[in-house]
Design a protein around this ligand. Structure first.
Ligand code: BQF
Length: 293
């Protein structure tokens, strides 16, 4: 069993990004600039946004954090989005999800200029991704395909079973892995809460992508020998021995599953770190106008 090390890969990719930033500057180009909008005080969101800002510093990107109280109206947030759309110094920006319940996430996502949509959530980017056109890929699926690529994991003709059909992970990764080319050319089964006999579906997989959001949901006896397991779950599990009061666990029962795998991602230190790194890769693409010249 080989660990797919998100920490090691992220460090390698960040070193490449830092070198590219230097090269850009040397040619008189601008410094990539990511802005992040955080509404309210969801503790997990605060952690995620902080790590995105810190990662920008590590690679020499400029970053801006725009914080607004939970009481911010939808119109006020739309105004923030419009300002960022219009700011020529900002290459890309994200609005951290989830938003307070009185704000319509779909409406905010649609208001983001797709050329600055480095989270890849805008329907223009989603549609272009689905058609195999240049697009900002959503950060988690982008991080996963980068991980498969850098570990040279074979995908052509493999049976990939995706567990979970969210707009930001399950649905886009099933599209990406079914497309022509590498990493892709998989036969994909997209499973969800209404799938009948889920263990039997997962047992047929050469590659499993677990993105259901339930701690330790995928059991050892659901996995055939030699499977590649990608665990997207980031679940807070109560743990009194930690000073935070919790530890992170994935959607996979790691202890039971790992011994059967050819490769598996750990939690923490797996896909989550690649998600943040993929956001940086998208921001550099935005700065270089690689997707939308
Ligand atoms: C790790 C996210 C659910 C909802 C909104 C490293 C992150 C997480 C875990 C991280 C996530 C999850 C992010 C680890 C960003 C991934 O070592 O296991 C990094 O920062 N993530 C987000 O911005 O919004 C979310 C999950």
């Amino acid at each position: 069993m080989q660990l797919l090390d998100g920490k090691l890969l992220s460090e390698n990719i960040k070193a490449e990004l830092a070198a590219e930033v230097e090269a850009l500057r040397g040619r008189g180009g601008k410094t990539p600039h990511l802005a992040a909008v955080l509404v309210g005080e969801n503790p997990a969101s605060q952690v995620y946004v902080s790590s995105k800002i810190k990662s920008c510093e590590q690679v020499g990107f400029k970053s801006s954090l725009i914080q607004r109280p939970a009481s911010t109206s939808e119109q006020e947030l739309l105004d923030v989005v419009r300002q960022l759309n219009e700011d020529p110094d900002v290459d890309g920006f994200i609005v951290q999800l989830p938003l307070p319940s009185h704000i319509n996430e779909e409406k905010i996502t649609l208001a983001i200029d797709h050329r600055k949509d480095v989270d890849g959530f805008h329907p223009v980017n989603f549609g272009r991704m689905a058609q195999g056109l240049p697009a900002f890929l959503p950060a988690t699926p982008f991080g996963i395909v980068e991980m498969l690529r850098r570990y040279n994991i074979e995908t052509a003709g493999k049976h990939c079973v995706v567990v979970g059909r969210s707009n930001i992970v399950g649905t886009p990764i099933s599209i990406l892995l079914s497309r022509k080319g590498y990493p892709g050319d998989c036969t994909v089964t997209l499973t969800h809460s209404r799938t009948q006999n889920l263990p039997a579906e997962v047992r047929r997989a050469d590659i499993v992508v677990a993105a259901i959001g339930i701690p330790q949901f995928i059991k050892g006896d659901w996995i055939k020998e030699g499977t590649v397991v990608i665990d997207v779950g980031i679940n807070r599990f109560p743990d009194t021995t930690k000073k935070s009061g919790y530890r992170l666990v994935g959607d996979v029962d790691f202890e039971a599953v790992a011994p059967k795998c050819s490769h598996i991602t750990p939690v923490p230190g797996g896909v989550g770190l690649m998600t943040v790194t993929a956001l940086l890769m998208n921001t550099l693409k935005a700065c270089k106008k690689e997707i939308y010249p």
